[in-house]
Write a protein that binds this ligand. Structure first.
Ligand code: ADP
Length: 431
C-alpha cells in the first residue's frame, strides 16, 4: 500500500512512522478495553456465583424450616389438592409422600362431614383477608381414625397457599378427661350431699329416740335419789350418782354427734352481729367457775379494751370458748391455771385460751381438729368427750368467717386462738 495513491486527510499523520505509532496506540487501547471487558465479565460471573450460593443457602434454610417435627406444613392449590406436605403432617395422618404425589390428599377428603362448615368458613376468610385466624377441627387419618389439629393458613398467590397445623389430639384428650373428672366429681359431690342429708336426718331421728329414754333414766334416778321409792343407802346413792354422771355423759355425746353432723352438712344457721369482745369473754366465767374450782384450777379472764368488737354469733362464740376453756380445765392438773385474753389487729380479733397443762406434741396438733381424735386416749383412763369438741369448734369458727388454731409444746401448756372478723370499734365516750 502506498500513501501516494490515497488522498490525505488533514488530521492524518503525515508519515508512515506516524501511522504505525497511531496503530500501536489503537491496538494498546483495544487490549486495555479487552482486559477491562474480561475483568467485568469475571466480576459479573463472581457476583452471579455469590447470588446463586446465597439463594441456595436461603432455599436450604427455608426447606429446613419446613422440616419442623412438631408442626405440620402443607402447600395447597386452588383446587384443594395438597401439593406438598412435610413429614410431621404425613406422620400425624399416617400418609406418605406417594399419597401427596398421587394427588390423593385433598382437604375435603380429609375433613369429616361435621367439620366441613368450619373449613368452608376458613376458606372464605382466606379468600377475603389472605389468611385464616387459627381454628380447631378434626382430620381423618389414612386408617379412617381422626386427629385434632389447630389450623392456620395463608394465601401465597391466587392459586396456592400454605397451612400450618399443630397436632392437639393429646391436649383435646386431656381436656375431655378433665371434663369427665369434673362431671364425676360434681355427681360424687351431689351424691355425698344427699348422703349427708340422709345422715343428718338419721342422726336427728336417732338422737331424739335416744334422748327420750335417757331423760327418763335421769328422771327415775332422781326419784330414787329423793327416796320416793324408799330409803336409799350410801352405797346405793353412790351408784345412783354414777348412773347420773353416765347418763349426762351419754346425753352430751349424743348432742355433740348431732351438732357435728349438722355443721358438716352446712345446716347450722349463723346469726352474725357485732359483739363487744369484753362481754363475750365475761360471759364464760359463770359457766366455768364451778368446774374450775372443783378441780383446783385457777381460771381468769384478762380485761380487754371495751371498744373492741367482733362479728359473730353470740351463742356459737360462747360454745367455742366454753369448749376451749373446758378442755383447758379437763387436761390441766390440779393447781394449774387457764387464762382467757384478747387482742386485735386491723382486720381480726383474737381470743386466746391458754393453760399450763401437758401441752400437745407438734405432730398431733393438726389431728386434734379432726373428728373423734383424742391424743393419748387410754382405755384404762376414760376421758369425758368423744373428740368432737375441737372439730365442732373449728367448723363453727370457719362458719363465722374466722378460724381456730393451736400453739403448744409438750410440757409447755397449750394456747388455742379463736380468730374472728373484727368489728368497728365502739365510739369512746367523750367527756
Ligand atoms: P375431747 O375433749 O372430747 O377429747 P376435743 O376435740 O375437744 O375432744 O379435743 C381433742 C383432743 O385434743 C383431746 O382429746 C386432747 O387430747 C387434745 N386437747 C384438747 N385441748 C387440750 C388442751 N388444752 N391441752 C392438752 N390437750 C388438749
Amino acid at each position: 500500500m502506498s500513501d501516494k495513491t490515497l488522498p490525505r486527510h488533514p488530521a492524518e499523520p503525515s508519515t508512515h512512522q506516524d501511522l504505525l505509532s497511531r496503530i500501536a496506540t489503537l491496538e494498546a487501547r483495544v487490549r486495555e478495553l479487552e482486559a477491562e471487558r474480561d475483568q467485568l465479565q469475571d466480576q459479573t460471573e463472581a457476583r452471579i456465583r455469590e447470588q446463586t450460593a446465597a439463594l441456595r443457602e436461603s432455599e436450604e434454610r427455608f426447606r429446613r424450616a419446613l422440616e419442623i417435627e412438631t408442626v405440620g406444613v402443607i402447600f395447597f392449590n386452588a383446587h384443594g389438592d395438597i401439593t406438598w406436605a412435610n413429614d410431621a403432617f404425613l406422620r400425624t395422618g399416617g400418609y406418605t409422600q406417594e399419597d401427596v404425589a398421587g394427588q390423593r390428599l385433598r382437604w375435603d377428603r380429609l375433613t369429616p362431614p361435621e367439620w366441613m362448615p368450619a373449613s368452608r368458613r376458613a376458606i372464605a376468610q382466606l379468600k377475603t383477608t389472605g389468611s385464616t385466624t387459627p381454628y380447631e377441627k378434626e382430620y381423618y387419618r389414612k386408617d379412617g381414625s381422626r386427629w385434632w389439629g389447630l389450623f392456620a393458613a395463608k394465601g401465597l398467590s391466587e392459586n396456592d397457599g400454605v397451612e400450618f397445623i399443630l397436632d392437639i389430639t393429646e391436649h383435646k384428650r386431656a381436656e375431655a378427661e378433665r371434663e369427665r373428672l369434673l362431671r364425676d366429681a360434681e355427681s360424687a359431690r351431689a351424691e355425698a350431699e344427699t348422703a349427708n342429708r340422709a345422715k343428718v336426718d338419721f342422726l336427728g331421728a336417732m338422737s331424739h329416740e335416744l334422748r327420750t329414754p335417757l331423760n327418763a333414766v335421769g328422771g327415775y334416778v332422781d326419784l330414787l335419789d329423793l327416796g320416793v321409792h324408799g330409803p336409799v343407802t350410801e352405797a346405793q346413792r353412790a351408784a345412783l350418782s354414777r348412773i347420773t354422771a353416765n347418763q349426762r355423759h351419754l346425753l352430751m355425746l349424743i348432742n355433740d354427734i348431732l351438732a357435728y353432723a349438722k355443721l358438716d352438712a352446712g345446716q347450722v344457721p349463723f346469726d352474725l352481729r357485732r359483739l363487744a369482745a369484753g362481754d363475750v369473754l365475761g360471759s364464760v366465767e359463770p359457766l366455768i367457775a364451778p368446774q374450775a374450782t372443783a378441780k383446783g384450777i385457777a381460771y381468769s379472764a384478762q380485761p380487754c379494751d371495751p371498744a373492741l368488737g367482733l362479728i359473730g354469733d353470740q351463742e356459737r362464740v360462747r360454745q367455742i370458748l366454753l369448749n376451749l376453756v373446758t378442755n383447758g380445765i379437763k387436761f390441766t392438773s390440779a393447781g394449774g391455771w387457764v387464762l382467757l385474753s384478747c387482742d386485735a389487729d386491723t382486720a381480726w380479733l383474737y381470743i386466746r385460751v391458754r393453760d399450763n397443762g401437758p401441752g400437745i406434741a407438734l405432730e398431733k396438733q393438726r389431728a386434734i381438729f379432726d373428728p373423734f381424735i383424742q391424743v393419748d386416749r387410754r382405755a384404762d383412763q376414760p376421758q369425758e368427750g368423744v373428740g368432737l369438741g375441737l372439730a365442732i369448734s373449728r367448723d363453727l369458727a370457719r362458719g363465722m368467717g374466722g378460724d381456730l388454731s393451736v400453739e403448744s409444746a409438750p410440757g409447755a401448756g397449750s394456747a388455742f386462738t379463736l380468730c374472728l372478723p373484727r368489728a368497728e370499734d365502739e365510739p369512746r365516750a367523750s367527756g
